[in-house]
Write a protein that binds this ligand. Structure first.
Ligand SMILES: C[S@@+](CC[C@H](N)C(=O)[O-])C[C@H]1O[C@@H](n2cnc3c(N)ncnc32)[C@H](O)[C@@H]1O
Length: 211
């Protein structure tokens, strides 16, 4: 899997995810409800639609979205400008080498990017370093081998049509064995004190806790 999405793919991704807004809203609401004020770091932010929604929902939050792809960050900046939000910023950066000092963030999120990471353990330890203590990291990604019935229910619940989304979610994510195998192993080996997997049909949420 290529880590950063290169230019043509980034434009296509920007175009398609614009149409995913019902699901983005569900995730953005869940994240916004977690903290009232403070700083959120979103890793592998892509075109930035979810951080932009969070910024709109709560102007007291400060959100920084980072991505290794220059094109994605250019698109995210444009999308934020169009949305007229000024409590979200975007920077080109690698998940493995964050420019921030220790214990800066109240919540670290990552959505749909984990399956791109060649070294999840290294990314988890960087997230740990920049996260304040008594806080959590929320990592969302799709479960590619979700049973058909669950995929249908999930799409109904988030208000997305079966086409193209069932195909997109089956291509972009990790299978259940990868979640419970190599990803859980990396979470266990990481500096985090605790972790938990929460499954909502086609979407997995990995919660990493720092005590
Ligand atoms: C499938 S997109 C998800 C984008 C967005 N979070 C969303 O929910 O639509 C994954 C993103 O992760 C970025 N990415 C992959 N590896 C990365 C890394 N090591 N550091 C930072 N970003 C990375 C890619 O460039 C891409 O924009």
């Amino acid at each position: 899997m290529i880590e950063g999405i290169p230019a043509p793919g980034a434009y296509l991704y920007n175009f398609l995810t614009r149409k995913r807004k019902n699901l983005d809203r569900v995730i953005a609401e869940e994240i916004t409800n977690k903290i009232e004020h403070g700083k959120i770091l979103d890793i592998g932010t892509g075109p930035g639609f979810i951080p932009i929604k969070i910024a709109k929902f709560n102007p007291d939050l400060e959100i920084i979205g980072i991505d290794i792809s220059k094109t994605m960050i250019k698109l995210a900046k444009k999308n934020a400008e169009k949305a007229g939000v000024n409590n979200v910023t975007f920077e080109v950066m690698s998940a493995y080498k964050l420019r921030f000092l220790e214990e800066q963030f109240d919540l670290v999120t990552s959505i749909g990017a984990l399956h791109h990471f060649n070294n999840p353990l290294k990314a988890f330890n960087e997230m740990y370093r920049v996260l304040k203590s008594q806080r959590e990291v929320w990592i969302y990604d799709f479960i590619t081998d979700t049973p058909k019935k669950d995929m249908r229910k999930f799409l109904e619940e988030v208000g997305l049509p079966k086409f193209p989304w069932s195909i997109a979610f089956r291509l972009h994510g990790l299978n259940y064995r990868e979640w419970t195998g190599e990803i859980s192993k990396a979470a266990e080996q990481s500096k985090f004190d605790d972790y938990k997997l929460e499954r909502n049909k086609a979407l997995m949420k990995l919660i990493l806790r720092k005590f």
